[in-house]
Structures are given as C-alpha cells and as structure tokens.
Design a protein around this ligand. Structure first.
Ligand code: ZN
Length: 583
C-alpha cells in the first residue's frame, strides 16, 4: 500500500503507540530506541511510523520521533536510522535447521548443475570409495540440472560401473546397475506399499527409478554425518547466525523429532538462541486409532515441552504435527489429479501414473479427527492437487466432529489449489505454507512438463490471499549458502519472487498472481505468525509485542523491484537484543 503524503502525515500525527497491559508504564526509560526511521509496522492498517522504543524485550512505543524519544533515559541506546527502513523481523515458516546445519558441518557439499557434473562427482568418489560401497547424492532435484531431467541408470553406470550409486531426489531417485545387483532387485521385485520399483514397459527389467521404494536397497548408508553433540550445536548456532544476517528472527522447523526439539531447548537453556523456533512434530500417520492415540499421548514427554500445539514459550513453541501425504513436484512423485505426462524429466513411462499418495484417504480422516479432538494443529506435506483434494476431504470430515477453524489446520507446499479448494480452505479456516523459491528454481522445468494450463494454478499467491492466510517459507534442508542451498532460504529472494513471479531460466509465470510490496512483506512476517497462532506475540511492530525487528539498507516500499532481492540487513534485533549488526 502506498499512502498519499497527506494521509501519511495524518497517520503520523496520531500517536500510534497505544499503551497495552504488560508494557512498561509511560515514562520509564527504554533500553533501545530506533528513530528517524521509516518504520513499516505491518499492523492491520500497515501504518508507517518514525520511531520505535524497546524495553524488557518488548516493544513499548511506536510512533513519531518526538513521542518515542520521550522514552530516552541515561542508559538508552539510541540508533539514528537516518531515514532507513525498519520492519518486523522476518519469519521463515518451513525449515529443517538441524539437518541443514549438519549437512556441511564436515565439508562443503558439491553443487551439481548438470549431468556431466554429476558423473564427474561420482567418478571422483569412486576413486576413493572401496568397490561395492555406495556412492550417494542426496536431495539433488532433476528440475535444477541443466538438462532438466534425472540422470539415467546408464549414465550412472558409465560414471561408476563397479560401485552401487544412488541419485536421490527426495522420495524418488535413480539407482545404477551395480546398485540394483547389490540389492538383489530384479524384474520380480514387488512394489512396496505406496511405492514403485519402476520396470521397463518392454523388457520388464527395473529401470533404476525408485519411487518411495528405497527400502528395496541394501546397505545404503544413512544421510546423517557422524557428528558429536558439540559439533551439531556449533553448526546450528552458525546457521542461526546466518539466518540473522538476512533478517530472520523466527523460523519454523517443519518436521522435528524429539532430538531436534531437545537441541533447541538446550540452546534456550544456555541463553544461546538468536531466533525463535516453532517446532512441528514429525508424526507417523499409519496405524490403528489406538496406536495413533498412544503416539499423541507420548508427544508431550516427561517435561511437557513436546506438545500439544502451543506448548512452550516465546522462544521454543510447539506447532502442528506434520505428516507426509504425497511425493514431490521436484522429483515427479506429487499426487496429481491428472497423470504426469510421459517423458525423461521424471522418467515417467506409464500413461496412468499420477504420482504417489502415502496415506490412504480413510486413514487420513482418522488422523485428522484424532488431532482435532486433542487440539493439535495438523499440517501435511501436500505437493500435488490430487493430494490436496484428499487432505481437504479429511479436514472436512474431522470438522464435522470437532470444528477445526480455530486450530488453523494447514497445508504444507499446497502448490495447486483449485478455486474449489480455495473455497474449502476459507470455509474451514485452513492456512498454507508456500515456497516461492520453488517457483523461481523449478517453474521453468515444471512448465515444460505440465504445460501452461496446468501451471496456471501453481502457487497462485494473490488468489490464496483472497481466500485465506498463507505464509512464505523455504524448505531449507541442505547447505549454508542462502542461494545455493537446497532449497534457497534467502528470505529476500522469496519476497522478490512473490513480487515478480520471475523464473530463473527466463520468463514470468502468471503475473496476475504477483503480490504487492505490502502483501509480500506480510507473507514473511504477520502471516507466518498467524499460521503458528503467534500473531499476538510477533509479526508486526506494535506496543506489547516482542521486540524482533530489523533495519535494512534500502526503502523496501519504493526501491526498484529487482533491488528487493539484494536487500542488506544492517541490524537484527531479537527480544530487544542485537544479534546482527553490519560493520
Ligand atoms: Zn520440508
């Protein structure tokens, strides 16, 4: 929203710092004042103010320079922003920090951009790997290779004839001939539950493509490095510091085990957390109703910090349970309404292949019903449109027993909402966490595979906001670098993609779905707070809220749109404490 100058002046004339219960009494000195700033409060009216004061970790005043400076005492740190923009700290609603931090704690992971680079990497590893031992490349999405397709079994064979090789791209991946042999996978190997050992339609031999079927492989080493607890902790702190540098003050871990939660709690105990973590608890959705009930009962744990939704405090808080409903867009296993077109990108050879659904619809209904009854929020990884149909059916079913609107059930990824599903989300109060960087990185390949008609409804941010609340996230799982990571976690890239819908390999996808500056900022602040029932605590700069704010080097509202992605963060404050300051 751009305000006419007169309206802006009128707004600024009104003292916007309403005193709230819990805030300091007027007159007590602030710990920190940032003044002479352009303060984007991101409140309900998107008020622009001049200054903000912080005391005891909370915001105590937002308003004009003169009003806020009345809070200045002898010990107040006063920062003259010289016209710079101040805004709420950013929130990424989808990260996997413990895995991402561990992924490069040893050595940097290679960034493989083409099939020859994949082959060269495998060849190189083969030199130092004993024959018969696995060579594994993890979370390498074929959409991001120059050839925009999976490597074939033969291409992996050419690189390493004597070593088993797995090119893993999430739930789908390709194994070479030595890998199939070492695992005893043949034309007679049956498909596992909800998975496929893909066979050549002519010869019946396994092609090497496995979809949700890594269980048929023998001897594949686990993904985790052998790190000590101290190394894991140091890596996590390093990652959080990187997050702070780009303005993140809150993140959601979107699939945490108890060990991950304990890692955050340990940092909190030591006063070492530099951002706030909302923790989604990974949940096994398969089993009888009694088994699900026992799993729910076990989640809180002896200390009560593990659940249910909302348990914890402003630093480490429990979010939803998280389940995986279908495969992914970036490896051709998302569960679609229409078949995936045949072709080399995802090695689809079957006319009727629609992707993979991991949870039977009736089972999902039981899970949704039990979650709602126990006041747990629920979110499901839901990549394809067919999976979203199934998920919303289950949410509707649960809603008949226990209304879910206040629980804010969620859809994770939610790539393809149809108009009908948007209406269902509105009726049920269902939210979504979406990943703009996928549009940037993968939109081109997906457009080639699915065509423009099907891609019309790929991540339609504007339409989403007409119906319900969606928040921006990265799905960061590997590597530290904000742009080279899988997936890129650079929040300013995400904001810029929401503004432009630009594709990395050229072109724009459905520009009518682009957001305004105000909407894109909400996507990474207050909307994510809302997704996690935290909008009273954070997501905007208002008296009484947590003092999580950033100062940036450019005018977010008026700079050229392409300058948004290069935004530099000069200062990051979490709970009133400076956690990053550009030198
Ligand atoms: Zn994820």
């Amino acid at each position: 929203m751009k305000l006419p100058l007169a309206a802006l002046a009128a707004l600024l004339a009104v003292p916007v710092a309403a005193q709230e219960p819990g805030a300091d009494p007027p007159g007590s000195p602030a710990d920190l004042i940032v003044h002479r700033a352009k303060v984007l409060t991101v409140d309900a009216r998107f008020t622009v103010a001049e200054a903000v004061a912080v005391s005891g970790g909370k915001i105590v005043a937002v308003g004009s320079n003169a009003d806020v400076l009345k809070r200045k005492g002898p010990a107040t740190r006063v920062i003259d922003a010289a016209g710079k923009t101040v805004m709420p700290g950013l929130y990424d609603s989808h990260t996997h920090p413990t895995g991402a931090a561990a992924s490069e704690a040893g050595e940097p992971l290679p960034l493989l951009k083409s099939i020859p680079e994949v082959q060269a990497f495998v060849r190189d590893r083969a030199k130092t790997t004993p024959a018969g031992k696995w060579i594994v490349i993890r979370y390498a999405f074929p959409t991001r290779l120059a050839e925009a397709r999976f490597p074939t079994r033969a291409e992996l064979d050419a690189a390493a004839p004597d070593h088993p090789v797995l090119y893993h791209a999430g739930p789908a991946g390709v194994v070479n001939t030595a890998g199939l042999k070492a695992s005893g996978v043949t034309k007679d190997t049956p498909n596992p539950r909800a998975g496929q050992v893909v066979k050549d339609p002519v010869t019946g031999e396994p092609t090497g493509m496995l979809r949700n079927a890594y269980g048929v492989l023998k001897g594949v080493p686990g993904g985790g490095e052998n790190l000590t607890a101290g190394q894991k902790r140091a890596a996590l702190l390093k990652l959080f510091a990187r997050y702070n540098q780009l303005g993140l003050t809150s993140i959601a871990d979107r699939n945490a085990g108890r060990g991950d939660l304990d890692a955050y709690l340990a940092l909190q105990r030591d006063n070492a957390l530099t951002l706030r973590v909302n923790v989604a608890r990974g949940f096994n959705p398969i089993g009888t109703r009694d088994e699900l009930a026992r799993r729910f009962d076990d989640l809180p744990g002896a200390d009560g910090r593990g659940g249910p939704t909302g348990a914890g405090d402003e630093w480490v808080k429990i979010g939803p349970i998280k389940v995986f409903l279908d495969g992914g867009m970036l490896n051709g296993s998302a569960y679609m309404r229409e078949p995936w077109p045949k072709g080399p990108t995802y090695q689809v050879t079957d006319d009727a292949y629609r992707g993979l659904l991991f949870i039977p619809p009736e089972q999902l209904k039981v899970l949704a019903e039990e979650a709602a009854r126990r006041k747990w929020q629920l979110t499901a990884h839901t990549a394809g449109e067919g999976a979203m149909d199934v998920l919303l059916d289950a949410y509707e079913f649960a809603d008949r027993m226990t209304p879910i609107k206040d629980l804010r059930f969620c859809i994770t990824h939610a790539n393809f909402p149809s108009r009908n599903n948007l209406e269902r989300c509105k009726r049920l109060g269902v939210c979504a966490d979406v990943q703009p960087a996928w549009l940037w990185k993968d939109g081109h390949t997906l457009l080639n595979v699915l065509g423009p008609a099907r891609m019309r409804w790929f991540q339609p941010y504007k339409s989403w906001l007409d119906y319900t609340t969606v928040g921006g996230g990265s799905d960061h799982m590997l590597r530290f670098d904000p742009l080279d990571a899988t997936n890129p976690w650079h929040p300013w890239l995400g904001i810029w993609v929401a503004l432009t819908r630009n594709l990395e390999r050229g072109g724009v996808l459905e520009p009518t779905e682009a957001l305004t500056r105000e909407q894109a900022l909400r996507l990474y602040t207050i909307n994510n707070a809302y997704l996690h029932h935290e909008e009273r605590l954070k997501g905007s700069l208002e008296a009484g809220k947590l003092a999580d704010l950033i100062v940036i080097d450019r005018d977010y509202l008026t700079c050229p749109v392409d300058a948004v992605k290069d935004t530099r963060v000069l200062l990051t404050v979490v709970g009133g404490r400076v956690v990053w300051e550009a030198k």
